[in-house]
Design a protein around this ligand. Structure first.
Ligand code: BGC
Length: 506
């Protein structure tokens, strides 16, 4: 009996020990896996580091590249494109003008009535998504689609489609274009999700004009502008201190007002105002000071345009979600904290930036939105709270870097035009010698307007780089539909009736 009891006791003890060993073993293993995941996060944080020192290097690099791009054709990855916009709307424009805005995920048609006095503009706007197949098909199909939308829009409104009075149109085309005049230019390359091969090297406004003619619309493309240029026009219309405009949406870019004598690659360029808006195409900016990760390298290599648009791929809405997806995939492959590796994690662009922003800004204590998005979008379910917190942290690191780099880009422009309080690119004067003028920058794009954390990080970085004394002279103004409304304004100020007064910026 005693032996039996002893045997049972020993058996139980052995079983308990085995279970305990199993539990401890599992804990040790899971701690190791957790450590690995934390290691991946740490590595990400380190390679995304944007100290003020590093941001200042990016500022300097941006200003130097701007000079190089203005000095010679191909002198820099920054194209610094001439826009032939040598005056900005003054407020005295009158009449009815239309605009078409093509470039992001959505396409807009606008009609603006201008009363000749600087006033609140209240354009009629219609927006629709561009069918995906049109972004990669034939140019004629895309332009016919645009012309049909405009035709329907005009029909619905008060103007007659076949009116004997020709209407003037501003065309916002948000891709790199080598302009030959304010109303003509050829497409250099596509960016973002567009890739219509037969259009590269072709005259853009001409292609639209032909489509309008095919539809029997009595309209003339009066100006062909980049979205940044439209935004600058509207920004300047509302605030005459506006010197630059930045778009941070699906793609990113900036333009600014430059003195013609600084545009060395185009010697002899004369404008009545002495200046011209330059479309920087900053999405293609590159510098060794940019904090690049292995995820950026892979994203670039797998993109349809490798070695192109490097700055854009770190900043804009088209890419941020995909960087986060890549980090989660790596974590998921290195440990099972996300459960078995979800096949959705291998799908490029499965996680879009709006979903990423929603996870980042989830303020519920249990991070329920994060759980839902992981499940709905990436097919990852049942992850514990600490893993959901990890996801929020990844979003934070990726967005913070993007916003701070965009801020450095803005200060780079201010430095180039001597508005950063440092005495310009050649320096020399001390900060206290310089009287800072009020300087406004117009900003548009969903990343900036709809992603609070992005916006806050950008402002914080502007203040850190410039210092409070200078930063209080720099105003960021958000414009609404500036890319389109600004194009209508520019169509008015470059209207063939030519009856408006133009103003100089400097
Ligand atoms: C284009 C620019 C455009 C920007 C914002 C970039 O991908 O190259 O021309 O201004 O996106 O839409």
């Amino acid at each position: 009996m005693g032996k039996v009891v002893l045997g049972v006791t020993v058996g139980v003890a052995v079983a308990v020990c085995a279970v305990a060993a199993l539990v401890v073993g599992r804990r040790v293993r899971s701690r190791k896996k957790w450590k690995r995941v934390v290691g991946v996060l740490k590595e990400l944080e380190e390679s995304c580091e944007t100290t003020v020192g590093r941001l200042r290097q990016v500022v300097d690099a941006m200003a130097v590249e701007m000079h190089a791009g203005l000095a010679s054709e191909g002198g820099s990855k920054l194209k610094m494109l001439l826009t032939f916009v040598d005056n900005l709307p003054s407020g005295s424009e009158k009449g009815i003008f239309y605009a078409l805005d093509l470039g992001g995920t959505n396409f807009r048609v606008l009609r603006v009535e201008l009363g000749g006095q600087r006033s609140e503009l209240d354009p009629d706007v219609e927006q629709q998504p561009i069918p995906e197949q049109l972004m990669t098909g034939r140019s004629e199909d895309l332009f016919d689609f645009i012309a049909s939308s405009l035709h329907r829009f005009v029909e619905k409104g008060n103007d007659s489609v076949q009116s004997s009075i020709m209407k003037e149109l501003g065309f916002t085309f948000s891709f790199p274009v080598k302009q030959t005049s304010v109303s003509s230019g050829v497409l250099i390359k596509w960016t973002k999700a567009f890739a219509i091969k037969d259009m590269v090297g072709k005259e853009v406004a001409g292609a639209l004009q032909q489509a309008l003619d095919r539809k029997g619309l009595n309209m003339r493309v009066a100006v062909l502008v980049n979205d940044t240029v439209g935004t600058l026009a509207l920004g300047h219309y509302h605030d005459a201190d506006t010197v630059a405009a930045v778009i941070i949406g699906t793609g990113t870019n900036a333009c600014y007002w430059e003195r013609t004598d600084a545009i060395i690659k185009c010697q002899g360029l004369l404008t009545t105002s002495g200046g011209m808006v330059v479309n920087m195409e900053w999405g293609n900016f590159w510098s060794s000071h940019l904090p690049r990760t292995s995820y950026d390298i892979d994203l670039d290599a797998e993109s349809p345009n490798p070695n192109d648009q490097g700055f854009e791929k770190m900043i804009s809405g088209m890419y941020l979600g995909d960087i986060v997806r890549r980090v989660i995939l790596r974590m998921s492959e290195e440990s099972d904290v996300f459960g078995p590796v979800s096949s959705r994690l291998y799908v490029p662009f499965a996680l879009r930036t709006p979903a990423m922003a929603a996870m980042h800004e989830d303020d519920s204590p249990e991070l329920t939105k994060v759980a839902k998005i992981l499940e709905d979008v990436l097919d990852i379910s049942g992850v514990p709270l600490k893993v959901r917190k990890l996801v929020v942290k990844i979003c934070d690191v990726v967005t913070r870097r993007a916003a701070r780099l965009a801020a450095a880009g803005i200060v780079g422009i201010l430095k180039k035009i001597g508005r950063d309080g440092s005495g310009g690119i050649t320096g020399g004067r001390s900060r206290s010698d310089i009287k800072m003028r009020r300087t406004a920058v117009a900003v548009e794009g969903s990343l900036y307007t709809q992603y609070t954390m992005f916006r806050e990080y950008l402002h914080e970085a502007l203040h850190e780089i410039l210092g409070e004394d200078i930063a209080r002279h720099v105003v960021i103004n958000v414009t609404e539909d500036g890319s389109g409304t600004g194009a209508a304004l520019l169509a008015a100020s470059h209207s063939s009736s030519g009856s408006v007064d133009n103003i100089q910026l400097v």
